[in-house]
Every structure is written in structure tokens, then in C-alpha cells.
Write a protein that binds this ligand. Structure first.
Ligand code: NAD
Ligand code: DAU
Length: 376
């Protein structure tokens, strides 16, 4: 495979995937297709933008004719599809944009790929449409262990499955049960991808990943928002009681998994990606506070007073936890970073890149943020 289309490459995870592919595969032509919404920033790719095997195309994935011509003009062999509206809170306020991009956009891309590949003498041979999805499509897990043993709320969950916050995990066989407009739109796009395989034979793969964190994440998501707010001595809005649990994975480990699955994954298959790294929000927030305070030279506990409990997110899923043993045993992938290292790296990056934060949070986002918190 030579000509690879990566959609959403100017966003958080996409920029890490583009960087990995452009540097690791000098023989591939990497085409980064992105609409550059508020979440897409070409500044995320400054270090690779002049590489000879990299091209950027500004386009909306929901524009079917444009998808047809881009895929044909660049003679695309493989697609790694990340472009999406990705923030749950925004989906609650504006579900239509999520349906348009995540559902209709994915459908347009599928149709354009199918038409182009069908027109070639080799057909679908050697082609791949790889869709990046989320664990949120599976719904929410219980917080307590079904056997009644109380979960270890005051400590971080162990990566040992049996000691975690519950005994149930999302596997590749878990039935879809999305709750938010975001997860409903991602579930719908996953179904369309599988339908294009089952109906037309399009070679597809879907992966469902847990919460990512790391450099270049837009500071509306929990970890970068809180790092930034602590730095500015702004309140830290904890939804509800801060007891919801998420399973966190360093973004470069997700990018490595995508590379592996793109090259060695089984067509028509699904892989779950996660770090066996569950944290209750409030415990994670305390780790962030501790790390930021230490790196800023503040006394331990200095920023704890910024914690502000606010009205809960409507329909807030209680717990996500991914069982990624299939990926580990079939393809030999493992997360490379301990969570403590990942958080340290992430906090250091945000503190050193204040200008990036200021640039991406100007304008539209500032208005959205002010409106969002004016009534909580
Ligand atoms: P992001 O919001 O940081 O980036 C999304 C990118 O898509 C942006 O560059 C944006 O400009 C682009 N985009 C949006 N609408 C577009 C359109 N209509 N046409 C073309 N480009 C468009 O998102 P992210 O966190 O990097 O997530 C990337 C993908 O991974 C998404 O599909 C998301 O559902 C999935 N995912 C994210 C996480 C996570 O924790 N962030 C976890 C699992 C799966
Ligand atoms: O699980 C994968 C998903 O993870 C991805 O598919 C999404 O694209 C990504 O945004 C993320 O979704 P979450 O809703 O879990 O991430 P977020 O960072 O928005 O919130 C993490 C947790 O923190 C969640 O329980 C809500 C809570 N939260 C979030 C924000 C922004 C707060 O308590 N306060 C906040 O200000």
C-alpha cells in the first residue's frame, strides 16, 4: 500500500497518527484530509509539514463529490478515518453537527472509497478502510463489583482485572448501547462501516478505544482543560460527584496500535484498545493537581481549592473499561507507558506550550466555554 488517506489528521489523535506514519514510512504518500474545525490545527503538525511524503487537503468529509475526487486524484489505497466531532458536551448542545459529520461524513467516505476501488482492475484487493471508533458505543458499566465487594474508590484501580472498579469490561462482543448524541453518532458510523463490508465486500476494520490523553488534545477535554485552568488559577468544574470512571490511554500508544492494526489486523474484524488503567475522575483530578503544582513550584495541595462541583453532564456514563486482551494476544500490542509517566509528560507539554493553548482557545471556543459554564 502506498497512498494513505488519514482523515482528521489535524486533530488530537490524528496528528499523532500522521506524524507516526509520515516519519516511519517514507515510501508512503500520506494525505491528511481535514476540515479544520475548531478542533483541527495545522500547528499540531509543524514538525512534519515539509516532508516530501506529506500532503494536506482541506475538505469536509460530508462532501461526497469532493471525497470522490480526492480519493481518485490521490489514488488512495488505504484510509484511516479519524475525522469526527468528538466532544460529548458539544454533542448534547448540537447533535445535528454530530450526525452530519460522524454519520453522513463517514457514509460519504465509504461510498467514495467503494466506487473508486471497484473501478480498479484489482478491485478491493489490498485496500483497507479502517474506522477509528470509541468505547462509548458500548454504553456504561456498573461501578460496583456485582459480588457486592466495594470498589477501591480512594485509590487508583489496579491494572489487574479482578481488582478494578468492577468485574465487567467491554469486549468486542459487547452489544452496542450508546447514550449520548456523540456515542449514538459513532455507533451509527460503525454500523455503516460494517454494513459496507457485509453488503458490498468493502475491506474494513473498526477499532474501539478508551479515553486518550497526551499532547495536542484540545483543552475542552478533562485533562488539558484542568491543567490549563490550574495554571490560570481558574475553577476546575467536576461534573456530579466526580465518581465516574474512565480508562485512560496515552495517545502515542493508541497511534502505535493503529499502525499495527492497519498493517496486520484482520479484515472485517473489530479490536478494542485500552490501557487497563481505570481512574475515578476525582482521583485523577487530584493527581493532575499534584503534578501541576509540583512542576509550577507550588506547595503540595495548593490548587485543591480550585475543585468546584458542578451540575452533572446529562446522561453521564458511569464507567468505561476496555478489555484489550484480543489485541494483546493476537497482535502483541501493549501500552508502553505507565500512567504516571504519561501524565508527567502531558503536564510538562502543556506547561511548555502555553502559546499553543492560547492560540487554539481563542475565538469560537472561548464563546462556547463561557456560555457552557454560565448556567452550571
Ligand atoms: P479531535 O476533535 O481532536 O479531532 C477531530 C478532527 O476531525 C479535527 O482535526 C477536525 O478538524 C476534523 N473534522 C471534524 N469534522 C470534520 C469534517 N466534517 N470533515 C473533515 N474533518 C473534520 O478528535 P480526537 O480526539 O483526535 O478523535 C479522533 C477520532 O478518534 C474520532 O473519530 C473519535 O471519535 C475517536 N476517538 C477519540 C478518543 C479520545 O479519547 N479522544 C477515544 C476513542 C476514539
Ligand atoms: O471513551 C472515549 C471517549 O473519551 C472519546 O470517544 C471521546 O471523543 C472523548 O472526548 C472522551 O469522552 P469523555 O466524555 O469520557 O471525555 P471528557 O474529557 O469530556 O470527560 C472525561 C470525564 O471527566 C467524564 O466523566 C466527564 C468528566 N468531566 C469532563 C469535563 C470536560 C468533568 O468532570 N469536568 C469537565 O469539565
Amino acid at each position: 500500500m502506498k497512498n494513505i488517506l488519514i482523515t482528521g489528521g489535524a486533530g488530537f489523535i490524528g496528528s499523532h497518527v500522521v506524524r507516526l506514519f509520515v516519519t516511519k514510512y517514507p515510501d508512503y504518500n500520506i494525505v491528511n484530509l481535514d476540515k479544520l474545525t475548531y478542533a483541527g490545527n495545522l500547528a499540531n503538525l509543524k514538525d512534519v509539514e515539509n516532508r516530501p511524503n506529506y500532503t494536506f487537503v482541506k475538505a469536509d468529509i460530508a462532501d461526497l463529490d469532493l471525497m470522490r475526487s480526492i480519493i481518485r486524484d490521490h489514488r488512495i489505497d488505504g484510509i484511516i478515518h479519524l475525522a469526527a466531532e468528538s466532544h460529548v458536551d458539544r454533542s448534547i448542545r448540537d447533535p445535528f453537527t454530530f450526525a452530519r459529520t460522524n454519520v453522513m461524513g463517514t457514509l460519504s467516505l465509504l461510498q467514495a472509497a467503494k466506487e473508486y476501488w471497484e473501478s480498479l482492475p484489482e478491485g478491493f484487493n489490498g485496500k483497507l478502510f479502517y474506522h477509528i471508533s470509541t468505547d462509548e458505543v458500548y454504553g456504561a458499566l456498573q461501578l460496583n463489583r456485582p459480588d457486592g465487594v466495594e470498589a477501591p474508590f480512594s485509590t487508583r484501580a489496579s491494572s489487574e482485572r479482578e481488582l478494578a472498579f468492577g468485574t465487567d469490561f467491554f469486549t468486542e462482543a459487547t452489544a452496542y448501547n450508546p447514550h449520548s448524541p456523540y456515542s449514538a453518532s459513532k455507533a451509527s458510523s460503525d454500523h455503516f462501516v460494517r454494513a459496507y463490508h457485509d453488503t458490498y465486500g468493502l475491506p474494513t476494520i473498526v477499532t474501539n478505544c478508551s479515553n486518550n490523553y497526551g499532547p495536542y488534545q484540545f483543552p475542552e477535554k478533562l485533562i488539558p482543560l484542568f491543567i490549563n485552568n490550574i495554571r490560570q488559577r481558574k475553577p476546575l468544574p467536576v461534573y456530579g460527584r466526580g465518581e465516574n470512571v474512565r480508562d485512560w490511554l496515552f495517545v502515542e500508544d493508541h497511534a502505535r496500535a493503529i499502525d499495527l492494526i492497519f498493517h496486520r489486523g484482520k479484515v472485517a474484524d473489530t479490536y478494542n484498545i485500552g490501557g487497563f488503567n481505570e481512574w475515578k475522575n476525582i482521583d485523577l483530578i487530584k493527581v493532575i493537581i499534584k503534578t501541576v503544582d509540583r512542576l509550577l513550584g507550588n506547595p503540595d495541595g495548593y490548587s485543591l481549592d480550585l475543585i468546584t462541583y458542578v451540575t452533572d453532564r446529562p446522561g453521564h456514563d458511569m464507567r468505561y473499561a476496555i478489555d484489550s486482551r484480543k489485541l494483546q494476544s493476537e497482535l502483541g500490542w501493549e501500552p508502553s507507558l505507565q500512567f504516571e509517566e504519561g501524565i508527567e509528560k502531558t503536564v510538562r507539554w502543556y506547561l511548555a506550550n502555553e502559546q499553543w493553548v492560547n492560540n487554539v482557545t481563542s475565538g469560537d471556543y472561548r464563546r462556547y466555554y463561557e456560555e457552557m459554564y454560565s448556567n452550571r
